[in-house]
Design a protein around this ligand. Structure first.
Ligand SMILES: Cc1ncc(COP(=O)(O)O)c(C=O)c1O
Length: 395
């Protein structure tokens, strides 16, 4: 009989054989437009979610340091037992105010926020209707609701299919439609205007996870509802991408929804609050963005330049109004091998393949930051052109 550890090792070996074993780089310094690898090489960083360059911004670091000086290292307890810091209240008011929502509450990640939200709002007789391309945290949050909650999936951004699912759910007590605002692998946006219309017609609530949209989408970076000029019922998001880049997540909604989450959601009842340094840095990030809405337009200029030059080189990227630029290359092993070649040329970019994206649509996903200068963008473009010239990228 083969022992368990051997079967696990076999699984790892088969990933290596297929060329799909992931080897993430180790970085010896802050997250910026370039990063220093442990071998001392400085490479252009084209795969972080540091969209507006706040991960190592002096104001954000100062917010984190001040918070740690005032509140120390952590709460050493869950919030409902020992209380939370005034800083948590300030951050949550800041988030609600930034997103024009009544109230907000925070978690240690958006993964946690999504897993807190759905099982708290839904029980027997309820239904959640989810886009098939939603983030893994939403998929898992739906599963966490258990068998008593009906779980329906609609084809990606297919409004006819969503309408059919809503018809199927007509007798449910509570109906929630949940969608990513920005789909991170494609960079496309949820069709919020039509989702909101359908939700109204069917008396359903709309939840948007705008993790990749905050700081990026909408005139002032307030996300997909701002972009489309619509209101939604619940917004979840991360503090680990544009809004600081450390960690943390939140739910913003009406007061009763947030109160219920504070009373009932398990990740808040049984897990500590955000560490002060993280909360302080996130608050500084949100204030910075609120006071400097022009940052969002500056990011867009970088994206426009990169996309235009890519096109001129004959390389087609999936269209997107975000800072995500996916270049489809086909199979997973090819995407991983191209990412390795990029790294040899001092560009850090990720190749994504199956099962993160559908089979045959593996890709290099470029992510542009406001912190990239023209020199950084040109350097990456040169490597793309070289790979195209060598016939490695079809485009
Ligand atoms: C849409 C979406 N939701 C949630 C998450 C998870 O965010 P966090 O890192 O805060 O758990 C991500 C991160 O990739 C995401 O893209």
């Amino acid at each position: 009989m083969v022992d368990t550890v051997t079967t696990i090792q076999n699984e790892l070996d088969s990933l290596k054989k297929a060329g799909t074993f992931k080897c993430a780089p180790v970085i010896d310094g802050p997250m910026g437009p370039t990063v220093k690898l442990e071998d001392g090489r400085e490479v252009v960083n084209f795969c972080s979610n540091n969209y507006i360059g706040l991960a190592n911004h002096p104001d954000v670091i100062s917010g984190a340091l001040k918070a740690i000086e005032k509140y120390g290292y952590g709460t050493a307890s869950v919030r409902f037992i020992c209380g939370s810091f005034t800083l948590h209240d300030e951050l949550e008011r800041g988030i609600a105010d930034f997103l024009c929502m009544e109230s907000a509450t925070t978690y240690v990640s958006c993964w946690n926020a999504n897993e807190a939200l759905l099982p708290t709002l839904l029980s027997e007789g309820d239904v959640v209707i989810s886009d098939e391309f939603n983030h893994a945290s939403i998929i898992d949050a739906c599963r966490l609701c258990g068998r008593k909650v009906q779980r329906l999936i609609y084809r990606h951004s297919d409004m006819n299919d969503l309408s059919t699912r809503l018809d199927e759910a007509k007798d449910a007590r509570r109906k929630l439609i949940i969608t990513d605002g920005v789909f991170s692998m494609e960079g496309d946006l949820a069709n919020l205007p039509d989702i909101v219309k359908l939700a109204k017609k069917h008396d359903a609530l709309v939840i948007v996870d705008d993790s990749h949209a905050h700081g990026v989408v909408g005139k002032t970076g307030r996300g997909t509802p701002e972009h489309f000029g619509v209101s939604v019922d619940v917004i979840t998001g991360t503090l680990g991408k544009a809004l600081g880049g450390a960690a943390g997540g939140f739910v913003a909604a009406s007061k009763p929804i947030i109160e219920l989450l504070v009373q009932r959601s398990r990740p808040q009842l049984f897990s500590n609050a955000l560490p002060p340094a993280v909360a302080g840095g996130a608050l500084a990030s949100i204030r910075l963005l609120k006071n400097n809405p022009q940052l969002v337009e500056q990011l867009r200029e970088n994206v426009r330049y990169f996309r235009d030059e890519l096109k001129k080189a004959g390389i087609e990227a999936l269209e997107s109004p975000t800072a995500i630029v996916p270049v489809i290359v086909g199979d997973t092993a090819k995407a991983i091998s191209l990412a390795k070649k990029m790294l040899k040329n001092d560009v850090l970019i990720t190749g994504f393949g199956y099962p993160v994206v559908p089979e045959g649509t593996a890709r290099l996903r470029a992510q542009i930051s406001l912190a990239h200068t023209q020199v950084h963008l040109d350097k990456v473009l040169d490597v793309f052109r070289k790979l195209k010239f060598d016939g490695e990228i079809d485009g």
